[in-house]
Design a protein around this ligand. Structure first.
Ligand SMILES: [Zn+2]
Ligand SMILES: [Zn+2]
Length: 342
């Protein structure tokens, strides 16, 4: 009986899942869809970094960590809509999902051009490595399904490197049809280059920090933006993890936990950056350490809510932040439906 109900549920929900296109239903404006709000630390609730930015009909993806394509799929964001991926830096948790994202986009279209991957110098190496690793897979799929379904010219990725001039700390990457994308340097030393991105569309704006400690450049570039999405690491909670690792005799892990606060902002510093930049709303992401219980969200934020007067959210996978054209506020919704067939 239960099996018959399960099969009926699958039959009923499959048509909608096959045609899922959440972007088509979004009103005109800027939208940020969180497909990965975690870090390299294993986290059942959060995938590695990935954010889809929707500007009118256009879709860009900022970073593609592990689970990126799976979560985008659960959110109904059709991969064939992705115009380009923008990388912030080349840490594994920001690039580990590129291979499967390129594969999903390729066969979903099917795509007749490789997936564009835009980033600072180094993006060519990442893309060349992925293309080499996936070359056999792509050839198998074209041989199996044919050129019409898996066209060889659309397989893999194409790197588009850009440089930010030494004397400058930002560069406009795109200015077209009311959309402007700006890249700016952030401080994730010893990881160089590391950048964040600002998107402006029809009077609305959002800024993605990438991985950074408190960054004066970000504060300047983010001036007056509607929404700032900033990485955040709680020193207090991570210290608990570090101490536990040391007591367990895991000195190497303890050293890592002691090292990483130097190149990520705390929630308090993210709040300070938001206040100083005069942004309307702040969402913290790249959550370190994992928060397995909701009751840990208060301790994670500490006094960040006292430092920034606007709405302050802890980003979750599936979150959608919407900045409607002609509007003023930031609306938050969830795009992941949880149910028996989801
Ligand atoms: Zn990083
Ligand atoms: Zn990271």
């Amino acid at each position: 009986m239960r099996e018959r109900i399960a099969l009926a549920a699958v039959r009923r929900t499959l048509p909608a899942r096959m045609t899922a296109d959440a972007v088509a239903a979004m009103p005109d404006g800027l939208h940020a869809a969180v497909a990965g709000s975690g870090s390299p630390l294993p986290d059942a609730r959060r995938g590695n970094s990935c954010l889809a930015v929707v500007a009118g009909p256009r879709v860009f993806v900022v970073d593609a960590g592990e689970r990126a394509s799976e979560t985008l799929n659960r959110m109904g964001i059709a991969t064939e809509r992705i115009e380009a991926v923008l990388l912030t830096h080349f840490h594994s948790d920001h690039i580990g999902g590129l291979g499967s994202l390129a594969l999903q986009r390729w066969v979903a279209g099917p795509a007749r051009t490789p997936m564009r991957v835009i980033g600072p110098p180094g993006v060519e190496r990442v893309v060349a490595g992925y293309n080499q690793a996936y070359a056999m897979d792509c050839a198998y799929r074209t041989a199996h399904h044919g050129e019409a379904v898996a066209p060889s010219e659309g397989a893999g990725m194409a790197a588009e490197p850009y440089s930010i001039a030494q004397e400058s700390d930002s560069i406009v990457l795109l200015e077209q049809d009311g959309l402007t994308i700006t890249a700016f340097t952030v401080d994730h030393a010893p990881v160089v280059p590391a950048v964040g991105y600002r998107f402006d569309y029809r009077g609305r704006s959002l800024v993605v920090s990438g991985d950074t400690s408190y960054s004066p450049v970000l504060v300047r570039v983010a001036k007056g933006a509607d929404l700032l999405i900033h990485d955040a690491l709680s020193r207090e909670l991570l210290k608990l993890v570090e101490d536990a690792a040391r007591r367990a005799g895991r000195a190497g892990m303890a050293k890592i936990f002691a090292d990483i606060p130097s190149y990520h902002a705390s929630p308090q510093q993210a709040a300070d950056a938001a206040r100083e930049a005069g942004v309307r709303a702040l969402a913290v992401t790249h959550i370190i350490p994992p928060l397995p219980m909701k009751a840990l969200e208060g301790p994670f934020l500490g006094d960040a809510p006292q430092r920034f007067a606007g709405p302050l959210w802890i980003a979750k996978d599936g979150d959608l932040y919407s900045l409607l054209a002609g509007g003023e506020g930031v609306e938050r919704a969830t795009m992941i439906r949880r149910g028996p067939a989801a």
